[in-house]
Ligand binder design. Structure first.
Ligand code: ADP
Length: 462
């Protein structure tokens, strides 16, 4: 049974905003909704850099009152903290490692120290704000060592962790310098949540190799502790996203796209610029479509919306340049005075406009080389017109592929495979499109973000 009076404490790198529905990013909405249901504390970085950093005052922002009041509590970081913890260890070591890109790891022991120091400082500050019955729910790869530090500060609470990105097999994970220490730090949690069954199994394999014993499908006993290790695939609010796609703002965006298309079909991609998203590979897949299936010439346009992220890191700047190059080349070679094959923009779009653009597109192209879940895949399906839906083309390496089996599944490492998958999607007849859409939508509504967070919190309550 749930005990509604146990206060929820959410820890994530960024805190807020307190919004719901289809308006904001997935993580923020899921956390805001969890806190609105039962009140609680949301703790993390303020987004500000200051000289006092984590030693400075806790910024507090209280919303509502009584048992459902929500407090947002944040700390600043110093510039050095941010560079070592966030840009260094989190994004140049853990991000590539956990996305299986060991070739891109850029390890510096100073960054590792900075990462552990920030975890320790944040955990110590939080420890003084929590009561013994509070449920603590820590988000993502920024805070792998957070529970260990809370335990050192004498916290005996139930502490859960959810990893939003993939978790690789032991041979890949063990590339991390001092991987043993990192595993030991993770054992301070009570629940380890992952996006897919495959990710959870990878963690269990790592634990078994270190002397753990599997006590059930989802529990492991190791070094005197019992942990729940389980998949909780993150989700969207499918119903509200579907509604968003029919609002006036969405219709305006849809009409604008359709005017420009002038009867052509649109393929859409929406991603942060990141090497895990397989964007150059995707562009080459589209080029191969024009080469292998020339009947699409003048009939199909590919719109890629790719806002830059973490622009200070070199790897990201290089991808952007590469994409500009490929799209320039494809447009020059295949385009015509009245047809631009690839339209590539790095401008962000309001969520309502995005929903309209998804709906204006016959194909949703989601082809990451590796991705924790990929919410764009779910949003694309939820935004479709039920009477004339488009088709999702999905990489077998997206976490979403485990659930979204009615998508056209493809291997993004082969441009020929991607071209063939797009062609299959473009030629699919309406009744098959409707069948696939209905099956996917049913899954999305049943397993929405509310179900996700309730299932997780149930496991955390023990
Ligand atoms: P990741 O978390 O790795 O960025 P996801 O696909 O899981 O990838 O989530 C990305 C989220 O960001 C989605 O909710 C998507 O709608 C949103 N998003 C991505 N690009 C844009 C954009 N250009 N404008 C608005 N929202 C975007």
């Amino acid at each position: 049974m749930s005990e509604p009076n146990r206060r929820l404490v959410v820890v994530s790198n960024r805190v807020g905003p307190l919004v719901s529905g289809g308006k904001a990013g997935g993580l923020a909405v899921a956390m805001a909704d969890a806190l609105k249901e039962r009140g609680g504390l949301w703790f993390g970085w303020s987004g500000e850099l200051s000289d006092s950093g984590t030693w400075g005052p806790v910024n507090r922002d209280v919303h509502g009152s009584g048992s459902t009041a929500i407090t947002l509590a944040t700390l600043d970081m110093t510039e050095e903290d941010h560079s070592q913890f966030y840009e260094g260890y989190a994004n140049r070591v853990l991000w590539p490692l956990l996305h299986y890109r060991t070739d891109l790891i850029d390890y510096d022991p100073k960054d590792e120290d900075g990462y552990k120091r920030v975890n320790q400082r944040f955990a110590t500050r939080l420890a003084s704000m929590v009561g013994p019955d509070d449920l603590i729910w820590v988000q993502d790869y920024h805070y792998l060592t957070f529970a260990q530090q809370l335990r050192m500060a004498e916290a005996s609470n139930r502490i859960g962790f959810f990893l939003h990105i993939p978790f690789p097999p032991p041979d890949v994970f063990n590339v991390l310098p001092r991987a043993d220490d990192m595993l030991r730090a993770l054992l301070a949690y009570d629940v380890l949540g992952f996006q897919t069954q495959g990710d959870a199994e990878n963690m269990i394999a790592l634990m078994l190799a270190e002397g753990g014993e599997r006590t059930s499908l989802t529990t492991v006993r190791i070094m005197g502790r019992d942990l729940t290790v389980k998949a909780f695939p993150i989700a969207i609010d499918a119903q509200s996203f579907a509604e968003l796609a029919t609002t006036e703002d969405a219709q305006i965006a849809q009409a604008r796209a359709e005017r420009l298309l002038n009867g052509r079909q649109q393929i859409i991609g929406v991603d942060r610029i990141d090497y895990s998203k397989g964007l150059p590979e995707r562009f080459k897949g589209f080029k191969k479509l024009l080469e292998d299936y020339p009947e699409n010439s003048g009939r199909v346009s590919f719109l890629q919306i790719a806002p830059p992220s973490r622009g200070t890191l070199d790897a990201y700047a290089r991808i952007r340049e590469e994409l500009e190059q490929i799209s320039g080349h494809v447009n020059g070679r295949f385009g015509d005075i009245d047809w631009v094959p690839i339209r590539f923009t790095t401008r962000g779009q309001p969520r309502s406009a995005l929903a309209g653009l998804y709906r204006a597109s016959r194909v949703g192209l989601v082809t990451p080389l590796r991705d924790g879940m990929n919410l764009v895949a779910k949003e694309y399906v939820a935004a479709q017109d039920p009477n004339d839906p488009g088709v999702l083309v999905l990489s077998q390496f997206a976490g979403a592929a485990e659930q979204m089996t009615q998508a056209v599944i493809t291997n993004p490492y082969s441009d020929g495979d991607v071209a063939e998958a797009i062609q299959t999607a473009l030629r699919m007849d309406k009744s098959e499109r409707i069948d696939r859409y209905q099956a996917l939508m049913e899954m999305l509504v049943e397993n929405d973000v509310n179900a996700w967070r309730r299932t997780y919190l149930q496991a955390l309550e023990g």
